[in-house]
Design a protein around this ligand. Structure first.
Ligand SMILES: C[S@@+](CC[C@H](N)C(=O)[O-])C[C@H]1O[C@@H](n2cnc3c(N)ncnc32)[C@H](O)[C@@H]1O
Length: 242
C-alpha cells in the first residue's frame, strides 16, 4: 500500500451500528450514515447480505451502497491482499471528494474487520472518524436483565475460537465471562463451562435484535444444535442474584 500522504477531500467514518436493534445507534452514527455519499457494507464470503446494512437501513436514503467481501481473519498477513483491494476502493471514493461510511456490527474497535481497514488507512492522509457502537455483549446483558459485572468482579471476554487451554485458564480466574464467536465448537464450550461450574448461569443469545433471535438457558439441552455465527454466551460463577 502506498504510504505517501495525500490531500483526500472526502471524510471516512467507521460507524458502529450496534448488534441488531436499529434503535441502538448513536445520533452521531445516524448522522454519519445520513450524510454519507457512499456506504460500505461488509459481508462475508459465505453470505450475500450484510447484517450491518440491515441494521442501518432505516437511516439510508440515496447513498451509493457498496458491498465489500472480507474473509474471517485468522492471520492478517494471509488475508492482507483482499483488505488492501477494499482499502484502495475506499481511497478512490475519498479522492473524488465523497464521504464514506464503513458500517460495522456492534462497536468498530472490538473484534472487527474495520480495525484492519483503519490500520491500512493510517498513512494515507484520509480524514478518519470512528464512531463507537453498542457492543453485542452489553446489549445482550440489558436484554436478558443479567449484569455483566458486579463490584470487584473479574470479567473475561473469550472468543470460543481461542485455544481450549487458554479458554479454561481464562474461566478459572473469572467471576463473570462473555463467550463470543460461539458456533463451531458449541458442544465443547458447553463441556468446558460444565467442568468450570459456570454452566448453570449460562445464557446463550443468537442473533440478538434480529428477526430470528433465539435465547437458550439450559445449554446442555441444546448441545447438538447448529448455531449461527452471531451467538454469544453470558455466564457467571456461583449463585445468581439477578
Ligand atoms: C466479529 S465479532 C463482532 C463484535 C462486535 N464488533 C461487537 O462490538 O459486539 C462477532 C461476534 O459478536 C457477537 N455478536 C455480534 N452481534 C451479535 C448479535 N446480534 N447477537 C449475538 N451475538 C452477537 C457474537 O459473539 C459474534 O460471534
Amino acid at each position: 500500500m502506498d504510504s505517501k500522504f495525500e490531500d483526500l477531500e472526502g471524510n471516512f467514518y467507521g460507524v458502529g451500528v450496534g448488534p441488531g436493534d436499529s434503535e441502538l445507534l448513536t445520533i452521531k452514527a445516524v448522522n454519519a450514515i445520513k450524510n454519507a455519499d457512499v456506504i460500505i457494507a461488509p459481508k462475508t464470503e459465505k453470505k450475500d447480505g450484510s447484517v450491518a446494512l440491515t441494521i442501518a437501513e432505516p437511516y439510508i436514503s440515496d447513498s451509493e451502497i457498496i458491498f465489500q467481501t472480507f474473509p474471517m481473519v485468522k492471520n492478517f498477513e494471509e488475508s492482507k491482499e483482499i483488505f488492501e483491494q477494499n482499502t484502495k476502493q475506499i481511497l478512490e471514493f475519498l479522492r473524488s471528494g465523497k464521504n464514506v461510511a464503513f458500517l460495522t456490527l456492534g462497536d468498530p474497535m472490538f473484534y472487527s474487520t474495520y480495525i484492519y481497514i483503519l490500520r491500512l488507512l493510517k498513512n494515507s492522509g484520509a480524514k478518519v472518524t470512528t464512531i463507537p457502537g453498542v457492543p453485542a455483549f452489553l446489549a445482550i446483558a440489558s436484554h436478558i436483565g443479567k449484569a455483566a459485572a458486579y463490584g470487584n468482579d473479574i470479567v473475561t471476554i473469550i472468543p470460543a475460537t481461542a485455544q481450549k487451554s487458554k479458554i479454561i485458564d481464562a474461566l478459572k480466574i473469572s467471576d463473570s465471562a462473555i463467550l463470543m464467536k460461539v458456533y463451531k465448537n458449541f458442544d465443547e464450550i458447553v463441556g468446558i463451562l460444565d467442568a468450570e461450574n459456570m454452566i448453570e448461569n449460562a445464557v446463550l443469545i443468537s442473533r440478538y435484535g434480529l428477526d430470528d433471535e433465539k435465547i437458550f438457558e439450559n445449554l446442555n439441552a441444546h448441545k447438538s444444535d447448529k448455531l449461527n455465527y452471531l451467538s454469544t454466551i453470558l455466564t457467571r460463577r456461583g449463585k445468581v442474584e439477578d
